[in-house]
Design a protein around this ligand. Structure first.
Ligand code: PMP
Length: 393
């Protein structure tokens, strides 16, 4: 029976995190396993109002098919926001609205990757990207992430040895590690790939969620011709709209549009129109400030509880934004071994293994703080510390 399926799908595993989330939903479990935005911050009534306005003013129009590129005023809004927030000039013509930035990853893989083509990816890396690319059977070349960003020596070696077409990065508050690349690291990466036939995918769903420190220059600004920038409204408005985008040079846009047409003709038009209406009638910056205040309090609560309850040999990243932090246990004890015990102790996390291409039994794990209030963060971290203490002697 198995040979009725294509080779491209047979070996691609299910999302491990989605499986874990099924275990972690029981109400008495404090879950740091998810990666979801906090639902209490969704602007429900403003979106409801926007939705009513759209149906009242353009009901028939918004129920019709639309163009593949996406609703022009929404693309203009995104272009304008890049200019005012980051000083990046992009034309709406170079923006394709996608069904979440996740679809952007799939479309990029579809238009760039033949079987065996090489792609550089961070280690640890975003699971959704690993899954999206894996369907097209590339050869992954990994480069380690550390607190400053990519390991430049390792990247140099990979670039000297292999011939990658694409390089996938999440330079701001990376999922899973929370790490941001320092400015000097971005510049070093850019100078290594400059003039090479390689495109850098800058996936930036968390860039607006900076709680401390200054924004760091985008790859799109350092290396405009070679950077393909992905963005999303999932973390700053609501993920169910499934609205993200790809910013790409003209000749890549042409191919992406063909791939998008083949995939779904266009992104849900009503979603685009309601979101656009919401953005015209409300101040997104104000809404993002509210999200940042809440997540920052939760981030601090998690870091403080970790300092209070974890033993010193347990290391942890100290992100300046985003939704995650990354823990490394001592003595190479596999984090997977703690998982069942942690669930018994009524706390959940994501073991690090699925974020690596070729490594098993890693002693790392991801913690998410966006959906748990400060009191429960402290209680959950204490439960985790108790769990660790039972295994780490
Ligand atoms: N990239 C990264 C790094 C992510 O963490 C996520 C969401 N978990 C996505 C892309 C996909 O986001 P969306 O499709 O909701 O825009």
């Amino acid at each position: 029976m198995s040979n009725i399926f294509s080779e491209r799908i047979i070996d691609v595993p299910k999302s491990f995190i989605r499986e874990i989330l099924k275990v972690a939903v029981e109400p008495d479990i404090i879950s740091f396993a998810g990666g979801l935005p906090n639902r209490d911050l969704f602007p429900v009534s403003a979106l409801q109002e926007a939705s009513n306005d759209v149906f009242d003013s353009a009901g028939k129009e918004v129920l019709q098919y639309s163009n593949t590129e996406g609703y022009l005023p929404l693309r203009e809004y995104i272009a304008q926001r890049y200019e005012t927030k980051k000083g990046i000039k992009v034309s709406p013509e170079n923006i394709l609205i996608t069904n979440g930035s996740q679809q952007g990853l799939d479309l990029l893989a579809k238009v760039f990757l033949n079987q065996g083509d090489e792609i550089i990816i961070e280690e640890p890396g975003y699971l959704g990207a690993i899954q999206a690319f894996s369907i097209y059977s590339p050869s992954f070349r990994t480069v380690q992430l550390s607190d400053e960003g990519l390991n430049i020596q390792e990247l140099t070696g990979v670039l000297n040895t292999y011939n990658p077409k694409l390089m996938y990065t999440v330079p701001n508050f990376q999922n899973p590690s929370g790490i941001s690349y320092a400015k000097s690291n971005r510049e070093a990466v850019a100078s290594l790939i400059k003039d090479k036939d390689i495109y850098l995918i800058e996936d930036d769903p968390y860039g607006e969620l900076r709680y401390i420190g200054e924004d760091i220059i985008s790859f799109k600004k350092i290396l405009p011709e070679q950077t393909i920038l992905l963005g999303s409204f999932s973390k700053v408005v609501a993920p169910s709209f499934r609205i993200g985008w790809v910013v790409a040079p003209d000749f890549i846009m042409e191919k992406l549009i063909i791939a998008k047409q083949a995939s779904d003709l266009h992104t849900n038009y009503i979603s685009q129109r309601i979101l656009d209406q919401y953005l015209s009638d409300n101040d997104l910056n104000e809404h993002i400030s509210l999200i940042k205040d809440t997540y920052n309090r939760q981030r601090k609560a998690m870091l403080n509880s970790i300092t209070k309850y974890f033993s010193d040999e347990i290391k942890c990243t100290k992100p300046e934004g985003g939704m995650f932090l990354w823990v490394t246990l001592p003595d190479d004890i596999p984090a997977m071994e703690f998982f069942d015990l942690a669930i018994q102790n009524k706390v959940a996390f994501v073991p690090g293994d699925p974020f690596y291409i070729n490594k098993k039994n890693t002693s790392t794990l991801r913690l998410n703080y966006s959906c748990v209030d400060e009191k429960n963060i402290e209680m959950g971290i204490k439960r985790l510390a108790d769990t660790f203490a039972r295994v780490i002697k």
